[in-house]
Write a protein that binds this ligand. Structure first.
Ligand code: HEM
Length: 461
């Protein structure tokens, strides 16, 4: 794309561009800093490689117009194809397997499907509370939420248990996955020595991908052998055909989808839960209100499927947490035809820009003069109605938006409700929010000390 005239950070240098101050561990936070100074449309350039970002609600409204733009599979996502091939997240929209898998798997995320997953989500949430009941000191929130979400997608999606709450060391799949994701993401670092230092070696990456693939193949093989009528994600991949043509997913694609769902289906939800708990411990009035809702709606019982959606305020806490820190922090949009970006900058068909969501979610034109303030009331229905629809996009946009949105929201409201129902929290008042960036965002080093509220009221389970 011709970037002439698009603002960039002051002090760009010849050859190295904006390299000084760029940290390979915090590309998003570096981008947000630049965007706040020179946005809403801006570029960052390292050596000859320049990327255009768009973070204002007006320009993002233009980019989210599906007739003019679509998902761009590039940069970080293209690198993930080594891992997930033409799985839903990494497929190009034009690849036949994207539409085929999308149409076959859509029913796996219907309300009816959520009703089937609910008991499994509940079972795993009990594993979390059992672990927190046993805790004698502070617990690492992001680590435990990751255990919860990994177990949930494993069990509800594939009937597989990673055993996360029983292990002291992560499951080998998880270790391999974390390294492989880091490897993929850091392939974009332009300095070879920095890339090698942070990303690991190609040989290690190959071994990590093999570890993941072997486990997934084993799970699929076991299911094929044992058969059964399970209508979980794997069951649908193995047994359903396209609703119109009857065409089935091929074995390689099923493997790609399985890896995709495990990866896409847990890190993001885990981060969202962790940020929500962080903000609750920092806002005692909000926490009291959320807990009062849980007590009023659920009392001391385990929530039924229908009870979960009744926690309207808890849901707003999650929505507001994902506004400030959308855990999948951006997406790329590619022009379907020649257009003027923001009415100013020519884009040719095929050109693309990145949307850093935390900037969109803080645009003062929409979110007011104090967009950093955590305020779940921003998600009261009347307030939502007044806002442009494109101002809030934590689950992406258009036909490539998140297929797992309902799964994530049901799981997250359920889990957050259950920990509010059961615990008082003491958080370290000196903790300052530090964001860890990988493919997704998480609060790093955030711990709480959970204490069962009242053993007589919240019966031991
Ligand atoms: C809070 C939790 C979640 C967030 C914030 C989130 C966010 C997103 C976003 C922003 C996209 C679009 C990416 C793009 O345009 O490049 C996406 C796509 C996707 N997500 Fe999620 N996600 C979450 C949970 C889940 C869960 C639980 C699953 C599966 C069980 C899932 C599976 C997927 C898949 C398969 C895609 C690709 C869809 C397609 O292109 O057809 N996500 N997600």
């Amino acid at each position: 794309m011709d970037t002439t005239g698009i603002p960039h950070r002051p002090g760009r240098l010849p050859v190295i561009g904006d390299l000084i101050g760029a940290n390979p561990r915090t590309p998003l936070q570096d981008t947000l800093r630049v965007g706040r100074r020179v946005g809403p449309i801006f570029t960052r350039k390292i050596f000859g490689f320049e990327i255009v970002f768009a973070g204002g609600v007006d320009v993002v409204t233009q980019l989210n117009d599906e007739t003019k733009f679509g998902k761009h599979v590039g940069l970080g996502i293209e690198n993930l194809r080594a891992l997930a091939g033409d799985g839903l997240f990494t497929a190009h929209t034009g690849e036949p397997n994207w539409r085929l898998a999308h149409d076959i798997l859509q029913p796996a995320f219907s309300a009816e499907a959520m009703r089937r997953y609910h008991p499994m989500m509940l079972e795993v949430a009990h594993e979390l509370t059992a672990a927190w009941d046993r805790a004698t000191g502070p617990v690492d929130v992001a680590a435990d939420m990751t255990r919860l979400t990994l177990e949930t997608i494993g069990l509800a999606g594939f009937g597989y248990r990673f055993g996360s709450f029983e292990r002291t060391e992560p499951h080998p799949f998880v270790t391999a996955m974390i390294r492989a994701l880091r490897f993929a993401q850091l392939q974009n670092v332009k300095l070879p020595f920095a890339r090698r230092a942070f990303a690991g070696t190609p040989a290690q990456n190959k071994a990590d991908i093999a570890t993941m693939t072997n486990l997934v193949d084993e799970v699929i093989e076991t299911r094929r052998r044992e058969g059964g009528e399970s209508r979980d994600l794997l069951g649908m991949m193995l047994s359903e055909g396209h609703p119109d043509t009857g065409e089935r997913l091929d074995p390689v694609n099923i493997r790609n989808q399985a890896i995709t769902f495990v990866v896409a289906g847990h890190e993001t939800t885990s981060g969202a839960l962790s940020f929500a708990l962080y903000y609750l411990t920092r806002n005692p009035d909000t926490l009291a209100k959320a807990r009062a809702e849980v007590d009023a709606v659920w009392g001391d019982r385990d929530p039924s499927f229908a009870d979960v959606a009744k926690l309207r305020y808890v849901r707003r806490v999650l929505d507001e947490s994902m506004r400030l820190w959308p855990t999948a922090p951006g997406y790329s949009r590619e022009a379907r035809e020649d257009v003027l970006l923001g009415g100013k900058y020519p884009m040719q068909k095929g050109d693309w820009v990145i949307v850093p969501l935390p900037l969109v979610h803080r645009d003062p034109a929409v979110w007011g003069p104090d967009p950093e303030k955590f305020d779940p009331d921003r998600f009261e229905p009347a307030a939502v109605k007044k806002r442009p629809a494109q101002a809030y996009k934590p689950f992406g946009t258009g036909e490539r938006a998140c297929i797992g949105r309902q799964f994530a929201l049901h799981e997250a409201v359920l889990a957050l409700g259950m920990v509010l129902q059961r615990y008082d929290f003491t958080a370290d008042p000196a903790y300052e929010l530090k964001i860890a960036e990988s493919l997704t965002l998480k609060p790093s080093g955030f711990t709480v000390r959970p204490r069962v509220r009242n053993r007589a009221r919240v019966a031991a389970r």
